[in-house]
Design a protein around this ligand. Structure first.
Ligand SMILES: Nc1nc2c(ncn2[C@@H]2O[C@H](COP(=O)(O)OP(=O)(O)OP(=O)(O)O)[C@@H](O)[C@H]2O)c(=O)[nH]1
Ligand SMILES: [Mg+2]
Length: 641
């Protein structure tokens, strides 16, 4: 059994509440003042079970302009509307304003009820109906069915219900994104129960026992009980009218305009960005004008900042604006809002919220172009517009107002066609990735220029320059290396064609040092002596090692590659025949010293040729493999000499 929510709309006194009473048996005007004045002031609620079994919850709204804020609080999340027009009066100012509001809120389904049919003759009724069609032209209700009714004589009611059912049958099911939210339209206490809030549940289900918070404000509590149309239930479905009994939240902590949701699932904001669609005939919105914004069941004062230049505004059409709210509201991308002028009272326009991040935007053509892309119709293009920065799929989906299913399809699409790139848990547009790539190339080039002796920019330095989390940076580097844009050199990053180049001074220092190393290949001067006696600093030594001119062995020693090979060959030959070798034997065999042999043997261990066993070393590789390996290790990298 499905439940649907239907709202009324129409000019004051045209018979909305009387019609709801006639349909449901419940008078939606429950306030004493309403009954005394014979007019609706605040929202009224009633329900019926249609012949098909559909449960229809009605939200009855006031027609009087003084209470339009209440109308706006009730009309937002309905499936269809009954637009009530009295046959004796026809289309009136509030008929038009309500019609405009329905359009702004995207309510496109409805039935026109021509009420008080008993008060007019057939000819008049025909005239009024024709008039109504003219007023509806160009609105979403232009082709809505019209049913003549009289609540007084109870005529046309069955036909109205049947037509309404047909209209509701064509309405799409309510979406369930797993993020339930209930824009609160009433909050009160009930003796024996405590705090109760009501509203139309959106985007997900609520169950008894659920933890919830009221936003803004943040009061936390639990759902103690749920009802739809006075029937208790365990789980409430999206698109149903729900009364929620709360524990842990006081009546004073909740009010119309707040949203009840799972803690942490929604945020409030004081800045809403949208393309404002103006109402035909209204005085246009002015820069910085103080207006009233109605979103969900909330209303707040706000000031408008235009994001378009004067030329674009002069056309008087839709315009991108940011609304700076006096008090925050809990709203999401994709929600609709209405902007009204407090005085003279009129609806200025409204539209679909495109951004809720609290970022003030500049009045520029690029700003508008970006917003337009993000508001684009295809889920993939909307997602892509949110990937100007690294964002997780769920962050991007929230920004672009996509539900989980649309998000997953869109992510697969943009990754497959290469318009976005995945970096760890996040995605970024191709342009954003190119930006990162260019940044890494730039700082690598800078390092090569400023410190020609260094192999490249340390990874950590590059990571912090880009401001990326470790995993995302690792993924970026892997991708850049795969694309051949940078090369990894130990723990540094370099441009692939970068070669360490020594200046003439360095080369002549190295020539002297080289001669000293070659004079006693297996007892060469240590790193300290190379620096003090030959001017080979640590950085120059690293560059020479990178170039393949020396082999660093441990922290204090450096040998010519040939010396290392000679030493290794001697050790391998001995191991081939004797199976083990001691430090003393290695020293004697190579004519070296204990001081030099210790780090060399350690080097062979570290490179996986040998392993220490007590005082002995044993060979880990086949002798020929060991000989090949040591040559590979000590040969300079291709193209670097
Ligand atoms: N003769 C006749 N009178 C009707 C009919 N329906 C409503 N009325 C009368 O019209 C007056 C206004 O009816 P309401 O139902 O209060 O009108 P409303 O549209 O709810 O008015 P607001 O809520 O104030 O906007 C009442 O006096 C009703 O008795 C009808 O079908 N025939
Ligand atoms: Mg009424």
């Amino acid at each position: 059994m499905s439940t649907r929510v239907v709202g009324t709309a129409g000019h004051v006194d045209h018979g909305k509440s009387t019609l709801i009473t006639a349909l449901t048996g419940t008078d939606p005007d429950r306030l004493r003042e309403e009954r005394e004045r014979g007019m609706t002031i605040d929202l009224g609620f009633a329900w019926m079970t249609a012949p098909s079994g559909t449960e229809i919850g009605f939200v009855d709204v006031p027609g009087h302009q003084d209470f339009i804020r209440n109308m706006l609080a009730g009309i937002g999340s309905i499936d269809a509307v009954i637009l009530v027009i009295a046959a004796d009066e026809g289309v009136m100012p509030q008929t038009r304003e309500h019609l405009a509001i329905l359009g702004l809120l995207g309510i496109e389904r409805g039935v026109i009820a021509l009420t008080k049919r008993d008060l007019v003759d057939d000819e008049w009724a025909t005239l009024v109906s024709a008039d109504i069609r003219v007023a509806l032209a160009g609105t979403p209700l232009a082709t809505a069915p019209l049913v003549e009714v009289s609540a007084a004589k109870r005529t046309g009611l069955d036909r109205l219900v049947a037509t309404l059912e047909e209209t509701l049958g064509a309405a799409p099911p309510r979406r369930d994104t797993g993020r339930p939210r209930l824009p609160i339209d009433r909050a009160f206490t009930m003796t024996g129960f405590g705090t109760v809030v009501t509203g139309t549940l959106l985007d997900g289900t609520f169950a008894v026992g659920d933890e919830v918070a009221a936003i803004p404000g943040g009061a936390h509590g639990r759902i103690r009980g749920l009802q739809t149309h006075r029937q208790p239930l365990e789980t409430a479905r999206p698109g149903s009218r729900v009364a929620v009994n709360l524990t842990g939240i006081e009546k004073d902590d909740v009010a119309r305009g707040m949203v009840l949701a799972r803690p942490g699932s929604i945020r409030d904001t004081s800045l809403l960005t949208l393309q404002l669609i103006p109402v035909r005939g209204a005085i246009p919105l002015a820069q910085d004008e103080e207006v009233k914004v109605h979103v969900g069941t909330a209303e707040t004062m706000a000031r408008a900042s235009f994001l378009e230049d004067d030329e674009a505004l002069a056309s008087g059409g839709a315009a991108w604006v940011q609304l700076r709210l006096a008090t925050p509201v809990a709203a999401a991308v994709g929600d609709r809002l209405v902007v009204r002028r407090p005085s003279p009272s009129e609806t200025i326009g409204g539209g679909v919220i495109a951004d809720v991040s609290a970022k003030r935007l500049r009045r520029r053509a690029e700003t508008v172009a970006d917003l337009e892309r993000r508001a684009a119709p295809s889920p993939a293009s909307r997602l892509l517009a949110s990937l100007d920065e690294l964002r997780t799929p769920s962050e991007a989906a929230e920004r672009s107002g996509l539900d989980a299913a649309a998000r997953d399809t869109a992510v697969a699409e943009v990754v497959a066609d290469g318009s976005a790139v995945r970096l760890g848990d996040a995605l970024i547009s191709r342009a954003g990735y190119e930006g990162f790539a260019a940044h890494v190339e730039r700082i690598s080039a800078q390092t090569h220029r400023r410190a020609p002796l260094r192999v490249g920019v340390p990874r950590e330095e590059a990571r912090s320059a880009l401001g990326l989390a470790a995993k995302r940076f690792t993924a970026l580097v892997a991708r850049l290396v795969a694309d051949g844009r940078v090369a990894e050199r130990g723990s540094a990053l370099a441009l692939p064609d970068h070669v360490v180049r020594l200046g003439a001074d360095d080369e002549s220092r190295w020539a002297r040092a080289r001669a000293a190393l070659a004079a006693v290949p297996l007892q060469p001067p240590d790193v300290g002596q190379l620096e003090s006696e030959y001017g080979i600093g640590r950085e120059l030594l690293a560059a020479l090692a990178e170039r393949g001119d020396v082999v660093r062995v441990g922290t204090d020693a450096a040998f010519l590659p040939d010396a290392v090979v000679r030493f290794a060959d001697a050790v391998v030959a001995e191991l081939e025949s004797a199976r083990t070798i001691t430090v003393g034997r290695a020293r004697d065999l190579t004519g070296s010293s204990r001081k030099h042999v210790l780090p060399l043997l350690q080097y062979l261990d570290d490179e996986g040729l040998t392993r220490r066993q007590g005082d002995d070393r044993i060979l880990l590789l086949a002798p020929d493999a060991a000989r090949t390996r040591i040559r590979a290790l000590t040969t300079s990298r291709e193209g670097h000499r």
